[in-house]
Ligand binder design. Sequence first.
Ligand code: G3P
Length: 222
Amino acid sequence: MEIFLDTANVDDIKRFARIGIIEGVTTNPALIAKEGRNFMHVVEEICTIIDGPVSAEVISTDADKMIQEGRMIAGIHENIVVKIPAIPAGFEAVYTLAQERIKTNLTIIYTSNQALLGAKVGATYVSPFVGRLDATSTNGADLIKEISQIYNNYDFKTKILAASMRNVVYAKHAALAGAHVATIPPEVLDEMMKSELTDLGLAGFLKDWETLPEEKRQYFAH
Ligand code: G3P
């Protein structure tokens, strides 16, 4: 499973890009607004930090305007993926942009039928909002499994990009359910690297190490 960072914060993107954990970035209008920066500037900067897909979203809800915005956003950098909401006009916009070989991410997906149609119109990615679905007492991981089965049944090339990963459990479920990609917020990715048991195990090793006479551990002297 590929991992994208779900943020528009360039410091966080630099931090994770440096250690090789992330392959791409997803943004949305809310994440851009949170940074309080000019949309074009922040998206351009993200593309200089990470050499992989960067999703940037249109803000119109009319097909023609989404297509215009999509072309403009796609022009920022060759790695841009135009994010388009899964409303009826969005399917039309994805279809047109896909014909122009512009990569798209059909987002705010809540049903496997939306994902099926997303694949039909040529979306590069579909983004099921797993965490938000769970918040309505519907199992988000099941949605990924359904989409995965549908895509396998018909050999669709569209990738499942699990989104709204609000804690570490969602990330695990996305991987188990066969998502191609999960887009994960920085604070969740930080937590995924940790276990209290690992800290406890390490503390034990280092404590025992101290029992070795100093001259026998000189290789590690700094
Ligand atoms: O890309 C945005 C998506 O991941 C939404 O996340 O936490 O706002 O539901 P959230």
